[in-house]
Design a protein around this ligand. Sequence first.
Ligand code: SF4
Ligand code: SF4
Length: 386
Amino acid sequence: MTCLYLFNRTIVNPEDIFFAEPTMLYKEYGSTGKRISVIGCGGMRLPTPHDHAAGIAILHAARRAGINYFDTAPFYCDDQSEAIFGEALRTMPPSPHPLYLSSKCSHANGADFRRGLEKSLRRLGVPRIDFFHIWCVMDAADWQARLRGGALRAALRAKEEGLIGHICVSAHMSGPEIEDMIRQHPEIEGLTLGSNAINFPYRQQGVTAAHRHHRGVVAMNPLGGGIIPQHPAAFDFIRSPDDPDVVTAALRFLISDPAITSALIGFHSLEEVAAAVRAVEQFAPYPPTHLDAIRRRLTSDFNEMCTGCGYCLPCPAGIPIPRLMDIHNLMQLGATDRAIHDRFQNHWELTPAQAADCTACGQCESRCTQHLPIIQRLKKIAAFPL
Ligand code: SF4
Ligand code: SF4
């Protein structure tokens, strides 16, 4: 059965199943049998990390709004996020929907992975984490390192013991790398991927592959780290006439995609929870023709942007070109210095000095699928004041 249920209306959707409550929609997460809200509550941007009350209020508001997918991790919010979630869980408002918790561990070594999982369980105060992620897998080599280290084996054992509901991967890999990984590992039941209108051309292949292989896909960073709301004019073409603003449109673009199970928003305020819920309240999926038009425009208008395909690698000087070009993408869109700073330090853990190692050999430019002036862009990145 492939229908969308919305406020007692049934709308045919060729690909997926949604379930509606008064203010929220739910989709099946891959083949797990779990229905999760199309908006997920991310715990990476909660306010005042050392005063838990504000964060707890946000989590409770999200729960009251029908959100049932709650995602946290070690280190978020000055390493307080899991503790805030733990406190919030003990006093969660009742809801007819089961609440699903997600957390993560980045250790490659199996014993360390196990210790990380046990620490998360303790801090959350729960006997089991529903969706537990092998966290922040950067590329195929990194994935192989996680396998060699025993992280996946440790996750499988924890699942057998009932400590994990479903094994997932949070990845920054390319589409082909994602497809290879999930084809080889049916035990991976879902993925969390950075996916939004900005990086759509790069991410879509991985998102589509995951859906084709019946995996859940949670889209993290659905508003491009704030770039989309900060540059509404640049993304106005996503809006259809009935979208009140570009944030609604960006979320609608993701939620309309049958391959995306949920868009994960790192809420910082109660107002942001309310705005996200409003976007879903009025939701109707974009018709396939509108989705296709948006996708074409994203691909053509943003073709001066790096797609992260990785064809420029390897660089003889060891420069992580796609990651630095991702930072240049933000510069092109006029992101604030703060957002660029955050991309350098927190997202990619890079410094501008790494761009200065370029010897201008030109190998990357001859391989770049977008014919980008990489050398010139690296000079600009190297001059960024961090
Ligand atoms: S031009 Fe610079 S970035 Fe490109 S391959 Fe050569 S050293 Fe690496
Ligand atoms: S080949 Fe070009 S578009 Fe692809 S990752 Fe490298 S710089 Fe970006």
